[in-house]
Ligand binder design. Structure first.
Ligand SMILES: [Zn+2]
Ligand SMILES: [Zn+2]
Length: 209
């Protein structure tokens, strides 16, 4: 049995997801800026993997501490491999209220999108969903998709940051996310969860294009 815990972390409330099985094994999606709440939440779990939807500072700020504490493998898109290492690329150097710039360890597994693999006995598919950032991934696991900052409840990710592109984001959402079964739960990088069906019918950014 798989359980998903949501932590809303840090100054811009980034969602960190802790996915665990009955044997207390776990993986973490997007360990956001503050690491202590994440370390508290995974105490007693064996964290084997850290999946990153993208490498903006608010999604990777806890990677260094979590990897140090658990030895988990870090998965990221190859286009943002350098972002983990460089505060100018992950934009943490531009955030005035951070105590220090974010530097994460290098990724152990680099993805392009399209890969299928298994964690905790669950089939997972990495889908390439650029537009908010150039190496953005969404991870499909059964009837759930970890959608990062591509698709939100009634909104979409911003496209004004470096490497962002609005038409690309809309195409990613239409081709890679809205094509999932309608009942698929979308667990986004910020804000409440939603479903593919709800966004397909009511998301104002998708109704017109
Ligand atoms: Zn982002
Ligand atoms: Zn974000």
């Amino acid at each position: 049995m798989i359980q998903i815990e949501t932590l809303s972390i840090g100054p811009i409330e980034t969602n960190c997801y802790i996915v665990r099985d009955a044997n207390r094994r776990a993986f973490v999606v997007d360990p956001g800026c503050e690491y202590q709440p994440i370390l508290d939440a995974v105490r007693g779990l064996e964290v084997t993997d850290i999946l990153l939807t993208h490498a903006h500072w608010d999604h990777i700020g806890g990677v260094a501490a979590l990897k140090e504490a658990t030895g988990a493998r870090v998965w990221a898109h190859e286009a943002e491999a350098q972002w983990l290492l460089d505060p100018r690329l992950n934009l943490s150097s531009e955030v005035p209220f951070l105590p220090q710039p974010v530097v994460a360890p290098a990724a152990d597994v680099l993805l392009k999108g399209g890969e299928r693999f298994e964690l905790l006995g669950q089939a997972i598919e990495a889908r390439f969903t650029p537009g908010h950032s150039p190496g953005h991934l969404s991870y499909v696991m059964g009837d759930v998709v970890f959608g990062g900052d591509a698709l939100f409840a009634s909104s979409i990710g911003r496209t004004d940051l470096p490497g962002g592109d609005y038409p690309t984001l809309i195409r990613s959402i239409r081709e890679q996310l809205l094509t999932l079964p309608p009942e698929t739960a979308v667990l986004p990088g910020h804000g409440p969860s939603t479903t593919v069906e709800r966004e397909r019918r009511t998301n104002p950014f998708l109704a017109l294009g």
